[in-house]
Ligand binder design. Structure first.
Ligand code: DQQ
Length: 542
């Protein structure tokens, strides 16, 4: 058994080898961050799912422990699927997870179980007990194979509540359950939320955000200067969508704010490869942190050969944008401890067609932070309103990225970074902006992360991801931070307003053969006011 290293990330979370998917039950306990995840201990394809377990002091360096939950009992013997942790009174963690009781879907297939630490004084929480009173929740509906992924619970009227993802036909549903003791649960007569035409809601997440700043809130906070976020992972599209709204505690229902697009044309945490995310409240730094999974974009055969598949993206602090209309996300500050050798550019003018190399550091494993400046918006290219008619709303940004690419010259842009570039530019992954003038004189900022030219290996999935950036263009500036890690390009525009992750597998631009550039292919001059790039040291990673 071998592990192919060429594309293996250095500082993104991953097991030593084999398969990883959803992050589960992230929590902080007695000085340690705990992370569990869906793992196949036998290979690099999905299957034989256990809850693998790692701990960290800083969210960056990780020590593996034995799996916390494995399929051993009738209530989970065909798989221990996703779930969450809740910290009960007296600082006692408890896990709720989905157990597979049968090999194939039939009544009683997906059930909910609980697990508790064997020894609460062990900060490593090495051993977990799955009491024989499991399962504690059985599906009451006909949807025996669509009833999973219980959330972290909150408290209302002295009772615990949590929600479970489901569907009935095409109706996406988040069932609400209530309990006094966390063991005996009753189904509430209405769901927390539901929506037509969505299909299965996987891994729901429901949590408060402050309207008064960046501080995170414990999931049990249900009133005050807050809004609530409701997220689902849509099985049909494989993206994580969220809305911002109100938890109406009288009706015990979640109601998205007016103007929120509550569908798969809505807001996404990440406009690229990011799924099954889960947040938790970090009591140490008083922040809410989100973990998401990025699948490989290589073929299953290649994954088997590589001996590993899947990563988690860098944990991000998440908070409400002052507009109240979207969330902001930023890599946790601890990531910066990996920053090593630095190179900079300042006030570098990029004329039409300019490509400037950023050299002298390990650019296959780098954190790049750049601020672009332009003199005004007068020469921005016209937005083609036909696009609104031809492209479905959920595909609009992506499709514009795809048809325009980096080669179609614009006015203001395309400009940005060329990551993982081969010497002769046969391979490159551009992350870039184009600014458009629209008929109503507002400007639209498009961000793209394009895997199309990333590799000569045409077997790979190479989407051109796109998203709009709701940024105030009158400042004539836009920032871009990209975390480049061998096969990962995870990018944050405008301080975390729009985030986009690509997985890419260059055949030439590997390791020290990779190059990094800033570029401009618009008629207008763009200035790199400042660029910092740091080689990243490899943390202890399982
Ligand atoms: N992955 C888990 C499920 C969840 C899905 C199984 C989402 O519990 O619905 O590995 O990726």
């Amino acid at each position: 058994f071998q592990v192919l290293e060429d594309h293996k990330p250095a500082y993104h979370f991953q097991p030593k080898h084999h398969w990883i998917n959803d992050p589960n039950a992230p929590m902080y306990y007695k000085g340690l961050y705990h992370l569990f995840y869906q793992h196949n201990p036998k290979g690099s394809v999905w299957g034989n799912i256990v809850w693998a377990h790692s701990v960290s002091k800083d969210l960056i360096n990780w020590t593996p422990l034995d799996p916390a939950i494995e399929p051993t009992k009738p209530f989970d013997k065909f798989g221990c699927w996703s779930g969450s942790a809740t910290i009960l009174t007296d600082n006692k963690p408890i896990i709720l997870y989905t157990g597979m009781t049968k090999e194939k879907p039939e009544p009683g297939y997906q059930v909910q179980n609980y697990a508790i630490p064997e020894n609460y004084s062990d900060p490593y929480l090495t051993k977990w007990i799955k009491p024989d009173s499991n399962p504690i929740i059985k599906p009451t509906k006909e949807n025996v194979s669509a009833f999973r992924d219980p959330t972290t619970a909150w408290k209302i009227n002295d009772q615990w509540e949590m929600t479970i993802g489901s569907k009935v036909d095409m109706l996406g549903i988040s069932y609400l359950y209530r309990s006094k003791d966390f063991i005996n649960w009753t189904l509430v007569d209405h769901p927390l939320h539901q929506k037509e035409n969505e299909g299965m809601w996987e891994c729901p997440d429901f949590y408060p955000v402050s309207t008064k700043g960046e501080k995170g809130l414990d999931t049990t906070v249900i009133d005050g200067d807050i809004k609530h976020v409701f997220k689902v992972s849509l099985d049909l599209t494989k993206y994580d969508y969220y809305t911002i709204g109100k938890y109406d505690t009288k009706q015990d229902k979640y109601i998205p704010d007016k103007g929120m697009v509550d569908s798969w044309a809505g807001l996404r945490y990440d406009w690229g490869n990011f799924y099954a995310s889960k947040t938790f409240f970090d009591p140490v730094k008083k922040r809410r942190i989100i973990w998401g999974w990025a699948n490989e974009s290589s073929t299953e055969d290649e994954n088997v050969k590589k001996g590993w598949a899947g990563i988690l993206l860098i944990p991000r602090t998440v908070w409400l944008d002052p507009s109240g209309k979207q969330l902001l996300q930023w890599p946790v500050v601890e990531l910066e401890t990996l920053r090593h050798k630095n190179v900079q550019l300042t006030d570098k003018e990029l004329k039409k067609g300019d490509i400037v190399e950023v050299a002298g550091i390990n650019v296959a494993q780098v954190d790049v932070d750049v601020l672009f400046k332009f003199s005004n918006l007068d020469k921005a290219e016209e937005y083609n309103t036909e696009w609104d008619k031809t492209f479905p709303p959920e595909m609009l940004a992506k499709n514009i990225c795809q048809v325009m690419g980096t080669t179609q010259q614009g006015g203001l842009g395309p400009f940005g970074l060329l990551a993982l570039t081969s010497k002769d530019f046969k391979e490159y992954t551009p992350i870039f902006f184009r600014i458009f003038k629209t008929p109503n004189t507002k400007h639209k900022v498009l961000m793209c992360s394009d895997a199309m030219p990333s590799t000569l290996n045409l077997n790979e999935y190479r989407p051109s991801y796109g998203g709009f950036v709701d940024v105030d263009t009158t400042e004539n500036k836009i920032s871009l931070r990209s975390l480049i890690d061998h096969s990962v390009v995870e990018s944050f525009a405008a301080g975390g307003k729009t985030v986009m992750t690509s997985r890419v597998y260059p055949t030439l631009a590997i390791g020290d053969k990779a190059h990094l550039h800033v570029f401009n292919n618009g008629t207008e001059i763009v200035i790199v006011e400042r660029l910092d790039a740091w080689s990243m040291t490899k943390p202890k990673m399982n």
